[in-house]
Ligand binder design. Structure first.
Ligand code: ATP
Ligand code: MG
Length: 433
């Protein structure tokens, strides 16, 4: 009887392991709820006192000094009490814990302890927020949802593009009506051009004029040439295109002025000019000069034109999306002023902390630290800002070259007419001949 029972137990165990592994691989969410969540929740509850004590989150109800006869004796408080926590609540791929702070405690100490929580609870990340005074919400993510991102959905809106997925599993949307101008930073091969390709693919079916400036010879944006109203592949062409847009901008201004409105969106549909999105791949190519007077003047001209476009364009339906490896003042004085105008920020993996700081630092310090932790393997992963001032880790959808070419071909018929731009790109070439 004994050996039979043993064989049976072993068989059941083996079966359990095989099924467990299958569930883990094919349905990570179920695996989380059934296996990992109970274990992690126990870990949170059992380690809480120790983690709180080690990270100075516990306080003693007694003062850290006492009287010994006539002497005041100072020391480390005995038996410090950890703040009270709720039982961890399971979420789709993580859990949340509510902490009630002791009187006088602030969320800052909990922010500092986020890494300690990650370590103690064996999870991927812990986000610390404070939804109301005296309460801290710890949101743990069990594993990186961006490793195998699914497809999110978002309502189709004019000038809005579904770029990919957020770490929360929600849709990563770039809405140019809410945030008119964007800056996309990242080291080489971090995913900037891929993101631009996704943006163009999403905007292509919309009644929007797309203008490309790709001074790396047009290799990236050239794929979309059919759908673009203009494509500048060198700085001289960029200056011509941007100058033409300035003329267009003046016309939009006078249209608004004569109709007595403050933005093109207040104009009646029939009078409203088509929105234009200017997409720049590798901003440095526009700013750097080889030292000659001519090149310097061209760079300065480019810088001024881009800045004007950003400063005045938002209300006039002129939008700017700029990608670059570096966006520091080493490119020229104008770049800092331009950066300040680009309200939407996306930061991929960066080589130097300075770039992350420049891209996200003026918005949020925590976001900088998260952007710096993106590894070379995580292509397309970025930290992006949202219109409400928050930020999130996110990953863009990869647009294969064939899809880019097919999209451009499919929507070639709906390219809006922008006469000023057509003449801008043909005129300088005509001059050369
Ligand atoms: N969201 C993504 N998902 C999967 N792979 C991606 C993603 N984004 C980028 N990649 C991969 O990374 C490679 C490099 O991306 P990309 O060309 O966009 O980088 P880049 O930042 O524009 O680089 P460079 O500065 O050299 O132009 C792509 O060929 C692609 O294979
Ligand atoms: Mg690129």
């Amino acid at each position: 009887m004994g050996p039979v029972l043993l064989a049976l137990v072993l068989a059941v165990l083996a079966w359990g392991l095989v099924v467990g592994d299958l569930v883990r691989r094919h349905s990570p969410v179920w695996h989380w709820y059934l296996v990992r969540y109970p274990a992690t929740a126990c870990r949170v509850v059992c380690t809480w006192r120790k983690v709180a004590q080690l990270n100075d989150l516990s306080v003693s109800r007694r003062p850290p000094r006492g009287l010994l006869g006539d002497l005041v004796v100072k020391g480390d408080p005995l038996r410090p009490v950890a703040p009270r926590i709720s039982f961890p609540r399971a979420t789709r791929m993580g859990l949340t814990v509510i902490v009630r702070l002791h009187a006088g405690q602030t969320p800052a100490t909990f922010l500092k302890a986020a890494d300690a929580f990650v370590h103690a609870w064996k999870v991927h990340a812990v986000r610390v927020t404070s939804p109301e005074r005296g309460i801290v919400l710890l949101t743990a993510t069990a594993m990186d949802p961006l490793q195998r991102p699914g497809l999110a959905t978002a309502p189709a809106e004019l000038l809005s593009a579904l770029i990919g997925v957020l770490e929360s599993g929600g849709a990563w949307v770039m809405n140019l009506r809410l945030v008119p101008h964007w800056l996309i930073a990242g080291a080489t091969r971090s995913g900037k051009s891929t993101l631009l390709a996704r943006l163009i693919t999403q905007l292509a079916p919309q009644p929007v004029a797309l203008v490309g400036i790709d001074c790396k010879g047009g290799m990236e944006l050239g794929l979309f040439a059919g759908r673009l109203s203009a494509l500048a592949t060198c700085r001289r062409e960029a200056v011509a295109v941007l100058s033409a847009l300035m003329v267009d901008m003046q016309e939009r201004m006078s249209a608004c002025r004569s109709a007595g409105v403050r933005s093109i969106w207040e104009l009646p549909d029939k009078l409203r000019p088509v929105p234009v999105v200017v997409i720049v791949d590798e901003i440095a190519e526009l700013y750097l000069s080889d030292g000659t007077r001519e090149s310097k003047a061209e760079a300065e001209q480019c810088s001024t034109l881009l800045l004007r476009l950003a400063q005045l364009g938002a209300a006039l339906g002129l939008h700017l999306v700029v990608a670059g490896q570096r966006v520091g003042s080493d490119l020229g004085p104008g770049v800092t002023a331009l950066r300040a105008q680009l309200g939407g920020r996306i930061c991929h993996r960066v080589n130097d902390p300075g770039t992350a700081e420049m891209t996200l630092g003026d918005l949020n310090k925590d976001a900088v630290a998260v952007a710096q932790s993106i590894t070379a393997e995580e292509r397309g992963v970025a930290v992006c800002t949202s219109p409400d001032g928050g930020w999130s880790r996110a990953r863009s959808h990869l647009t294969p070259t064939e899809e880019a070419v097919a999209t451009a071909r499919k929507y070639v018929a709906i390219v809006p007419e922008l006469p000023a731009l057509d003449s801008a790109l043909t005129a300088p070439e005509g001059d050369d001949k």
